[in-house]
Design a protein around this ligand. Structure first.
Ligand code: CP3
Length: 349
């Protein structure tokens, strides 16, 4: 009888729908400013984008959290805004202020975005992935990622982060055809980008839709679910078996529809989604990931232990990947990350 080799990685097993005891764990933004060794590498280059585009250094910071903590996956060090940069939009990261882009607000600006330079601009990310996967044992898969078309579009239109994504939402109401054109372009480029990340060695993908929560029902369907579904389809036509995690942050009960309609293999849950609801409505459809409050990892103490235990008790008996409900914060003490990983590995708090 032919015996298929068992999938070694608990992270990939969870994405294939299996429960694991203990569950796998990784942390969104696991490489970053809370690590002194990251700050040291970051100081060697003038800008954050230079770090993303220097494979030797980006590979180094991708591996840093795995040297310190017993995590079950790596995520390539890059940023979702490398896609607008590759399309020729001016993108800068200003210390203490976040990203600044030359806003794309009308049909002329959308038409000026250019596919020609994309492959070359994204090539350093593929090289980073090749370097990292050459160093990782088989049991530690690398996650490739992109921003969802909606979330990337919010930065492209607004020209920066915003609390309500008003500029993008207004453009989508006032000039639907132009906004659709922008979204379509992002679907195509992001699909190509994800497929190339898989070719370079990524063994799972995550789509970050950080601003899905600002969309009312109809717009959520149109600008979050529909483009994500096309993106997942375009990737799975090329790589039918690559697992995809979707993170529709702030979607609330909309995450159920997202799980049913987009074709993702797992949904990453944010802090607000109740554990019993996640178990009943999402974990019965797909694998789930999440959803510890990143601020609890700053606070530590008995509250952290209690919440880890509650999450494990609610979700640990199904396909589950322990993670935060959003990215790790720069002020997070390293000891609390160590504590979290050891609690999860012990199986209960
Ligand atoms: O998870 C990882 O370790 C991989 C690296 C990663 C970064 N950004 C590195 C980064 C990933 C997966 C992202 C995703 C990302 N980038 C998202 C989606 C997730 C989320 O947080 O909602 C978004 C919206 C962005 C855009 C972005 N990049 C913003 C708004 C900022 C400024 C805010 C901040 O945290 O500084 C960034 C900068 C950024 N991206 C940093 C890092 C490590 C900090 C820059 C620095 O170190 O100088």
């Amino acid at each position: 009888m032919l015996r298929l080799p068992e999938v070694q990685s608990p992270f990939l097993r969870a994405l294939a729908g299996q429960a694991n005891r203990p569950p796998p764990i990784w942390l969104m933004r696991q490489a970053g400013r809370y690590l002194p060794e990251y700050r040291e590498v970051r100081a060697k280059v003038p800008s954050f984008l230079d770090l993303c585009r220097t494979p030797e250094l980006a590979a180094e910071v991708t591996l840093q959290p795995l040297r310190r903590f017993d995590l079950d996956a790596a995520i390539v060090f890059s940023d979702i805004l490398i896609v607008p940069f590759a399309l020729g939009q001016r993108v800068e990261f200003i210390e203490g202020e976040g990203p600044k882009l030359e806003p794309v607000r009308d049909v002329k600006a959308v038409a000026a975005l250019c596919r020609e330079g994309v492959a070359e601009a994204l090539a350093p990310v593929y090289e980073t992935i090749e370097r990292v996967t050459a160093e990782l044992p088989n049991v530690l898969p690398l996650i490739g990622f992109c921003g969802a078309p909606w979330t990337v579009a919010t930065y492209m239109v607004e020209g920066q982060g915003s609390k309500d994504q008003a500029a993008a939402r207004l453009m989508a109401y006032r000039d639907e055809a132009t906004f659709q054109r922008l979204i379509d372009l992002l679907v195509d480029i992001s699909a190509e980008y994800l497929v190339n990340q898989v070719r370079a060695g990524a063994r799972a993908l995550q789509i970050f839709d950080s601003w899905a929560g600002s969309l009312p029902e109809e717009q959520f369907e149109r600008w979050c679910i529909a483009p994500t579904k096309r993106l997942v389809q375009q990737v799975k036509v090329k790589d039918p078996h690559i697992p995809v995690i979707g993170f529709p942050r702030g979607a609330g009960v909309g995450a159920e529809r997202y799980a049913k309609e987009t074709g993702v293999d797992a949904v990453s849950c944010d802090t607000s989604q109740p554990l019993a609801w996640v178990r009943e409505k999402l974990q019965t459809l797909v694998a789930v990931q999440g959803n510890l409050d990143p601020l609890l990892l700053v606070a530590g103490g008995p509250q952290l232990d209690r919440r880890v235990e509650a999450i494990l008790a609610a979700l640990g008996s199904g396909p589950f990947i322990f993670n935060l409900g959003h990215g790790i914060l720069p002020e997070t003490p390293i000891e609390y990350v160590e504590r979290l990983v050891s609690l999860v590995k012990a199986g209960s708090a």
